[in-house]
Design a protein around this ligand. Sequence first.
Ligand code: SF4
Length: 383
Amino acid sequence: MLRCSGLPQRGKPCARPTRSHTGGEMTILATKTDPVRPTRAADRRDKPGGSPGDLPSSEPTWQDELRRAVRDPRELCRLLALPREFEERAVRAAPRFPLLVPRGYVARMKPGDPADPLLRQVLPLVDEDAGVPGYVADPVDDAAARRVPGMLQKYHGRALLIATGACAVHCRYCFRRHYPYAEGPKSLSGWEPALGEIAADASLTEILLSGGDPLVLADDFLAKLVERLTAIPHVRRLRVHTRLPIVIPERVCDELLAWLTGARLVPIVVVHANHAAELDESVARALARLTDAGVTVLNQSVLLQGVNDSEDALAELCERLVELRVMPYYLHQLDRVAGAAHFDVPELRGQELIERLRGRLPGYAVPRYVRELPGMPSKLVLA
Ligand code: SF4
C-alpha cells in the first residue's frame, strides 16, 4: 500500500504544494487550497440514463472528500467525543506519522468509544514510539526488491509499481510507513525506466499498481500509464491495490471505470478492508459498480490486535465481503514495522482463528492466512 506533497508526509509537518496539471505530471488531488470543482461525472449524473449507482450531483466528489479529510487529531477526538487524554496522546504521537482519515470513514465509527475497531486503525497512539526489537523500517525488504526507481519485483511473472507516495488514509500499522517515497518517479516520463524494464522482460505478465494508494492519482494520469502498459504485448493483467473504495467510495467514478475496463488488460482490484463496519451501503454501491463493470474484486486484510482478532469479527467481515461479491483473498500477519508492535497477534492465535472460520464458513469465504518473508518465492501460507 507511499507519500507525496499535499498529503501529510510521514514524519514531516503537512506541506501544501500547488501543482497544476501539465502533460505527464502526476497530479495529487488532495490539497486544501484548490477550489472545489465538480468532475465531469457530476454533470452526467443528473442526466437521464445515469446508472442507479450514480450519486445525485449534490454529492461531494472523491476529490472533495480527500480535501476535507480530517488531519488534526484534536478534531478527530472532538468529533468522536473521546476522553481528553486520548486527544493529548494522539497529538503527541501524530508528528511521527500524521493523522489522515476521510470524514465518511469517521462517520462509521462509534462516538465515545476509544476501542472502536475503525478508530484504532487510524488514531495515533504513543505506543508507536516504543522501540520494540524486531520491528524495523523495512520489514518486507522492499529495498532488495527494487529493480529501477518506482518498480519492485518479489515474485515470478509480476512486478509492482509504487505509483505514488500518497494515500487517502494513514493506517497506523502500514508496513510502508517508513518507505523512501521521494525516490519514486514524479511524472509519466519518470516512468520510462520502469516501462522499459517491463517491455524488456517477457516473463512479466502482470503489473500491480500499489503505493501508497494509486487511486489518489488523477484518472487522466492513470489512463496514460495504463495505456503505456497495454502497449507492452506480454503484459496481460493489471492489478490495482487500493483502500480508496473503502475509505472514499465516491472514488469509484465513471473516469476510473473507463481506464480500468477500457484496456486490453484483465483488471483486478484488491481492496483492503479489516472490519465489517467499514463496509456500509456507500461502500457496497462502490464495490457493486466495480463488479458490475466486470472487474474481479478481491479483499486483503491485516490481522490486527483490537480490530479483527476474534472469530466473530473475521466471520462477519468475510460474510459481508462475499455478500458484496468480493472474495476474501488474504489475511496478512502483521509485518513487523517500527511503530506497529501494539497491533501484533501471535501466529498461533491467527491459525486458531482460521481453523474456527473453516468450521463456520464455506471454503471460498475463508482467506489464506499469510506472512510475507523477504526473499521467499511466494508468501508463506500460515493456514
Ligand atoms: S492505505 Fe494504509 S496500508 Fe495502504 S499504503 Fe496507505 S497507509 Fe499504508
